[in-house]
Design a protein around this ligand. Sequence first.
Ligand code: ADP
Ligand code: MG
Length: 248
Amino acid sequence: MGTLVIDNVVAGYGSGPNILKGLSLTVESCKTYCIIGPNGAGKSTLIKVIAGLLKPREGQIIFKGEVISGLRADQVLQRGLSYVPSDRSLFPEMTVKENLRMGGFVLRDSRLVEQRIDEIFEMFPILKEKSSQMARTLSGGQQQLCAIARALILKPEMIMLDEPSLGLSPKVVQQIFSTITELRKNGMTILLVEQNARKGLQIADQGVVLDLGKNSFESPASEVLSDPRIQELYLGKRRNPLATEEPK
Ligand SMILES: Nc1ncnc2c1ncn2[C@@H]1O[C@H](COP(=O)(O)OP(=O)(O)O)[C@@H](O)[C@H]1O
Ligand SMILES: [Mg+2]
């Protein structure tokens, strides 16, 4: 039995069509899952349903033995499941430190939050350096770090990251992936959605391909990386031998 069990979840927005069409996935504790799939497949929707931002129409989500589908987002957070949205959702006119405080809001203990912020500053010295600057003045990579740090304030058991490398330069992407690798080493359960499928799979234990609202393929990440069908569809490799010729 996994830490997080997604059981036949059907979900959509308002009175719109089903986006998730009976999706099931079991997430084992302390493992990193990388979810890949085409645009519009429902990757972000899946994360939103787990995070309590969207109620499933059918099916259920179980975290550590408790049904969490139906709980509010703050209640999901309180149970140790944090979420970093793809737009980062920082408060641009608040300082880095104030943003981190917002991450600790559900703790309702300001001394504990300050203590956690100090721990975060040890982990991410750049955020300490920038602590009194407004979030909007940070670079893209620093903003992503700040968003991850804000989710870590709660010391979650599991973290979900939606496209953390989006819009970042290759060097900064590398730093973000190193940070995720650190979290993985420290035993965190991670659900990572990545459009940079190759990089995402390289730091994951398990790879999941989501298509048309369903989990269409799941394997150890190394196998997903070497599967010719997946390579062709998602990893930018063509089977046409002419296309694999080395450039002159
Ligand atoms: N807030 C929303 N309201 C209505 N439809 C939405 C909303 N967010 C996403 N969708 C639709 O849900 C589908 C899946 O979107 P999404 O989960 O964001 O896909 P992915 O993250 O895999 O690219 C898309 O067709 C998208 O238009
Ligand atoms: Mg998305």
